[in-house]
Ligand binder design. Structure first.
Ligand code: UDP
Length: 236
């Protein structure tokens, strides 16, 4: 089956990597790596932004008294550990990968060079972007939108933990919350929905980048969303 997308950017929330806890759950990363490998074998070019919420979130560390900037750098470094774990499991499937980071760390990753990232994808390599934007006060959602635009992805696929799309209220707190199948960028922003960063959604809106929110925990969902199956919520 041919897929509707030539090139995608997949945003994987850090929470999923931790299997709901702190650190990396190897079984979860292995499972997701196998799903991604299948998508690449099917001919779709894949790049990935991995979050770091399973290690640190700057805003949370700030609550415990840390300086926000330094806490955000810790958050960014956490994303790199997720990148290396994903790289390892992807390469075990035989899928070539490259990690590119926004903070230079030559022993473990290439620097972020968008043209080179595109070239890697053309050669069938998965490019995993780490260390966020390299700048405090940003989120990996915003970085995912920026990278998707810069490398010319056809869609931004937002893999989430514990939720299968965008709801009008937080479904974890309110059982009467209703899921949207489709939503405009402006409606998303007007409702102040928290499932993604408003900056990411505004950037997607201004540049006409389709975002699809889906449950990353459900086995096979990465393949489904890449194949254009109507799962989750499309924001466009
Ligand atoms: N972060 C940052 N700048 C960036 C991206 C991330 O400072 O460009 C920090 C921020 O502290 C954030 C943490 O890294 O809380 C982890 O990223 P995020 O919360 O987006 O991860 P996710 O929720 O997707 O797992």
């Amino acid at each position: 089956m041919s897929t509707p997308y030539h090139r995608v950017l997949l945003k994987l929330s850090g929470e999923v990597f931790g299997g709901g806890g702190v650190g990396v759950d190897p079984h979860v990363v292995d499972t997701k790596a196998k799903e991604i490998a299948e998508v690449v074998a099917g001919g779709t070019q894949v790049s990935i932004v991995v979050g770091g919420g399973n290690f640190f979130r700057g805003a949370e560390l700030q609550q415990s008294g840390m300086d926000r900037d330094r806490a955000d750098y810790m958050g960014m470094l956490g994303t790199v550990m997720n990148c290396l774990a994903l790289q390892d499991f992807l390469e075990k499937t035989g899928t070539p990968t490259r990690v590119q980071t926004a903070i230079h760390m030559a022993q473990v990753a290439e620097p972020y060079i968008p043209r080179r990232a595109e070239r890697h994808m053309e050669k069938g390599r998965v490019v995993i972007f780490g260390a966020g934007s390299g700048m405090p006060y940003f989120s990996t959602d915003t970085v995912a939108a920026q990278r998707a635009l810069e490398i010319g992805a056809d869609a931004l696929l937002m893999g989430k933990q514990g939720v299968d799309g965008v709801y009008d209220r937080d479904p974890a707190k309110d059982s009467s919350a209703t899921k949207f199948d489709d939503l405009t960028y402006d409606e998303f922003l007007a409702r102040d929905l928290k499932v993604a960063d408003a900056t990411a959604v505004a950037m997607a809106r201004d540049n006409d980048l389709r975002m699809i929110f889906f449950n990353l925990e459900t086995p096979g969902n990465i393949g489904r969303v890449v194949n254009g199956e109507p799962i989750g919520t499309t924001v466009h």
